[in-house]
Design a protein around this ligand. Structure first.
Ligand code: IPM
Ligand code: MG
Length: 378
């Protein structure tokens, strides 16, 4: 294929994707589901350690629902690096089928194989799952009560720099191009999700973050559409910022507590949410929800930490982030009270355990034991 043909194919596919998105818009009603099937995916590296702890916690917290069959925890085993490299599929077909048989997913981190590790180049499993399940909203809360910080990031999760991230074109030996795509339908749905959240939580401030002064077409459209949606929520205070100054504002102690809800295109959302999580205590402390209209996937914000595994300290991985993801999952399926109970137990463990991730402090199992004590106190 010549690069012009490759380019044409990409353009036509993106037009079709945008048209399909514009036609779909209905949300699943979890409250009418019985049973609710939760797919549990270990992932790679420290994933099996933290998922094991999440299973322990959920089997206690949801004891009655599991016994009555109202909730099913369905282990999904095949999403491992070895399997992906063997089948040369980012998400092997059989695994994807199993995943699609669930309603929501709790997922450990997955390693992306790369040429640098002498592995074949495959797309990130996260990116594939977000696309295949159309999980368009990546919701990442960060809370630092002592600094009065209450942030919720709404990161667009299916397009921008990611939609064609593995499909760039080497035009010649010396010229390479990647693509960034923004659509009206894709932007409307993330903006709407963020404003609805802001409204449901007492008209929180909304900040739109782009680099529309440089990425004039894609970020320009993103900003324009977010502003249009903002007009439908006159009671909400909305502002917009460029991503570079927002990166500075988040660490500016005079300003940081003024922000509440953020709407960001995919890549800026990726970067800014790691910065924000670090302020809260590290990427190991933040949970993340990937929400679509049919499926939702809840995961730790961090990666699979192969260095911890290589150093023999995987058992010291912090399960806080996957437990926070589990808390978000419980809220999503309408179990807000269980989620509050879990949140309080996580706080207790955070106060009692030191989790530096360097092989000192508490192990994942010790941390979880404190969480479980916290649950049983109720
Ligand atoms: C995240 C991660 C992923 C991303 C990787 C693992 C593909 O960094 O969820 O933030 O870039 O989105
Ligand atoms: Mg990231």
């Amino acid at each position: 294929m010549t690069y012009m043909e490759a380019f044409e194919k990409i353009v036509l596919e993106q037009i079709a994707r945008a048209e399909k998105m514009a036609r779909e818009e209905s949300f699943y009603d979890y409250s009418s589901l019985s049973p609710i099937i939760i797919g549990m995916i270990d992932g790679d590296g420290i994933g099996p350690v933290i998922l094991r702890e999440a299973r322990r916690v959920l089997s206690i917290l949801l004891k009655d629902e599991l016994e009555s069959g109202q909730v099913i925890l369905n282990p999904i085993d095949g999403l491992t690096l070895e399997n992906r490299v063997r089948t040369m599929e980012t998400v092997p077909k059989a695994v994807l089928e199993e995943i699609k048989g669930c309603h929501v997913l709790l997922k450990g981190p997955t390693t992306t194989p790369s040429r640098a590790d002498n592995l074949p180049e495959l797309e990130s499993a996260n990116v594939t799952l977000r696309r295949e399940l159309d999980l368009f909203a990546n919701v990442r809360p960060v809370q630092i009560p002592e600094k009065n910080i209450n942030w919720t990031f709404y990161r667009e999760n299916t397009e921008g720099e990611y939609v064609l991230g593995s499909r760039g074109v080497d035009i010649s030996q010396d010229v390479s191009m990647d693509f960034k795509v923004t659509t009206t339908a894709g932007t409307r749905r993330i903006a709407r999700a963020a404003f609805e959240y802001a409204k449901a939580n007492g008209n929180l401030n909304v900040s739109i973050v782009t680099k529309a002064n440089i990425m004039k077409k894609t970020d320009g459209k993103f900003l324009e559409i977010c502003r249009q949606i903002a007009l439908e929520y006159p009671e909400i205070k909305t502002d917009d910022w460029y991503v570079d100054i927002m990166a500075a504002n988040l660490i500016n102690e005079q300003l940081q507590s003024r922000f509440n809800v953020f709407i960001l295109p995919n890549l800026y959302g990726d970067i800014i949410t790691d910065e924000a999580a670090q302020l809260q205590g590290g990427v190991g402390t933040a949970g993340s929800a990937n929400v679509g209209s049919r499926y939702a996937m809840f995961e730790a914000i961090h990666g699979s930490a192969p260095r911890m595994v290589a150093d023999g300290i995987a058992e010291y991985a912090n399960p806080a982030s996957i437990l926070k993801a589990a808390e978000m999952m419980l809220r999503h399926i309408g179990m807000g009270k269980k989620a509050d109970q879990l949140a309080a137990a996580i706080d207790l463990a955070d106060q009692n355990c030191r989790m530096p991730g360097d092989g000192t402090g508490s192990t994942a199992a010790e941390y979880t034991a404190v969480v479980i004590d916290g649950l049983q106190e109720k």
